[in-house]
Write a protein that binds this ligand. Structure first.
Ligand code: SAM
Length: 192
């Protein structure tokens, strides 16, 4: 779960990347109820569009059922009678932020097929916060890598989890990317 202090960090990171790469897009894998997505979409709204660059957009990938995590499933069951987290996601973002957001209701492996056909502008920022197993973390990092600009940032949430830590370190080492541990709360930050 994203903590309030971490929201500011994500908002500021997004602002910085949007300024560095005007018109770039933002990718989120694992959106749940929109805690991080809210920060990213707000940063997009707060960054003026330039005449010669396309509008930045946020792509949010999540099956929206809290599927892998028993704790999240329990929250959905308790607060939303087991409904999908898509309703609270939309409520958290509100109409203005949703207008700059493309929600993709799928797991990251299925969404990868779609993203390949989207012809989106390159991404300047990605948040990896989906299925935190070693295998899925590596797969999500590779998906992000295929879409990111040189100089882009990848934030990996729950950097204190052993599986995500190992996968993130392995990925950074393999591609020679700079890795900073435990920044902004519980994030690893990779510069590609
Ligand atoms: C820790 S939550 C994300 C929290 C979110 N970033 C926030 O701001 O509150 C993890 C989310 O990952 C999603 N998820 C699980 N497996 C996934 C997969 N294979 N692909 C994409 N999302 C996945 C779950 O549905 C859940 O909503």
């Amino acid at each position: 779960m994203i903590l309030p202090g971490e929201q500011r960090f994500q908002y500021e990171t997004a602002l910085r990347q949007l300024q560095a790469f005007p018109g770039s897009w933002i990718l989120e894998i694992g959106s749940f109820r929109g805690g991080s997505a809210h920060c990213f979409a707000q940063a997009i709204l707060d960054t003026p569009d330039t005449p010669d660059s396309p509008e930045s957009m946020l792509v949010c990938i999540d099956p929206f059922f809290g599927c892998y995590d028993e704790g999240l499933r329990a929250v959905l069951q308790r607060d939303f009678q087991g409904a999908s987290s898509f309703v609270p996601f939309c409520e958290a973002l509100g109409p203005a932020r949703l207008a700059r957001t493309i929600p993709v209701a799928a797991t990251a492996d299925k969404a990868a097929i779609l993203l390949g056909h989207l012809h989106a502008p390159p991404f300047g920022l990605a948040l990896i916060d989906g299925d935190h197993t070693w295998q899925a973390q590596l797969r999500d990092l590779e998906l992000a890598r295929s879409l990111l600009l040189p100089g882009a940032t990848i934030l990996c949430h729950d950097s204190s989890w052993e599986d995500t830590q190992i996968a993130t370190a392995q990925f950074s080492k393999q591609w020679g990317y700079q890795l900073e541990r435990g920044v902004g709360g519980d994030f690893d930050r990779i510069t590609v």
